[in-house]
Design a protein. Structure first.
Length: 321
């Protein structure tokens, strides 16, 4: 099976979920894996890490108009790269951009599409993609029966290889873009300065209404800093205006899959669990022993977060520093 992986670029570098997508392709048993970069400066992004990431060929699409992301233009470019690669399947990381791009690519290549895949199995050549449903309470195993297949893969569930392979060959593709391809563009992307993106962090410290107010958020940030973690928030906290929506974890926020997820003062509503239940290790701190979060956590502490957090932060600092 030939698989094409979309290499998502941001600020002149390829994002981590793209390298994880290569490992997802390997888990299917792909016979050949190629990649595509769509960016105004794509050639400049071809570092050793990118060229030796485990793909056999990298298709490069460069155009000055690609400086601002356009789903129409990117969709056309990825579809053309898939045609050049004779790809049977296309894997796109399920980032905010990838979730926008993947269905557009599927339409262009007339493919079936499974979003937010958490694992693959190959049963005698039949590929089954695992996709969470019912707010993460169950999984379905989906087989795409169309000739072409498109999948988006949830970040942080595959570990990107750190072993460099041989250099991939590079092929420049010329795409015939027209004005309509750039009718809609992302003009500006603003990120919290100096903070990890909660959607990609390996450790996340999330808090809910149990923190009683934004003035107490320093306790959360202190623990996150000790861990080297991103900070997250429940929907109730974001709705109350305590934290920005970019930190919201849950069904109407971001879906995360970190190695360690620490939930503090979070009751564990089903909408929140839908966004973090695939975390590898979940730790919960809540004074309500009957909080639903204790039904999914690996380790639970029943107690007052205001008493526990200072001690926990100090202990984490001792271990990590």
């Amino acid at each position: 099976m030939n698989i094409l992986v979309y290499f998502e670029e941001r600020n002149g570098a390829i994002r981590k979920p793209s390298f994880e997508a290569i490992e997802a392709a390997k888990s299917i048993g792909a016979s050949n894996i190629s990649a595509v970069i769509v960016a105004p400066n794509a050639s400049a992004i071809l570092t050793d890490t990118v060229k030796k990431s485990g793909v056999s060929k990298i298709y490069v699409v460069e155009d000055s108009r690609l400086a601002n992301y356009s789903s129409r233009a990117a969709g056309k470019a990825v579809a053309e790269a898939a045609k050049a690669a004779n790809a049977d399947a296309i894997i796109i990381p399920a980032t905010s951009r990838g979730k926008d791009l993947a269905p557009r690519v599927a339409i262009r290549v007339e493919a079936g599409y499974v979003p937010d895949v958490t694992s693959f199995t190959n049963e005698g050549g039949k590929i089954l993609a695992t996709h969470p449903v019912y707010a993460g309470k169950a999984n379905v195993f989906v087989e795409i029966t169309t000739a072409k297949k498109v999948y988006s893969t949830r970040p942080n569930l595959w570990k990107a290889s750190k072993e460099l392979s041989t250099d991939a060959s590079v092929e420049n593709l010329t795409i015939s873009f027209d004005g309509k391809d750039f009718a809609e563009q992302t003009k500006e992307l603003v990120l919290s300065q100096g903070k990890l993106d909660v959607a990609e962090a390996d450790i996340i410290v999330t808090a809910g209404r149990g923190m009683k107010g934004p003035e107490n958020w320093g306790l959360i940030e202190d623990l996150a800093s000790a861990f080297g973690a991103a900070t997250g928030a429940s929907r109730a906290v974001v709705d109350a205006g305590w934290r920005p929506h970019s930190e919201q974890v849950g069904q109407t926020g971001k879906t995360v899959s970190p190695t360690l997820y620490v939930a503090i003062g979070v009751s564990g509503a089903i909408q929140h669990l839908a966004g973090m239940s695939s975390s590898k290790i979940i730790v919960a701190i809540n004074k309500d022993a009957n909080a639903p979060i204790f039904g999914v956590c690996d380790y639970g502490i029943v107690g007052d977060a205001f008493e526990i957090l200072p001690h926990l932060t100090e202990e984490v600092k001792k271990v990590r520093h």
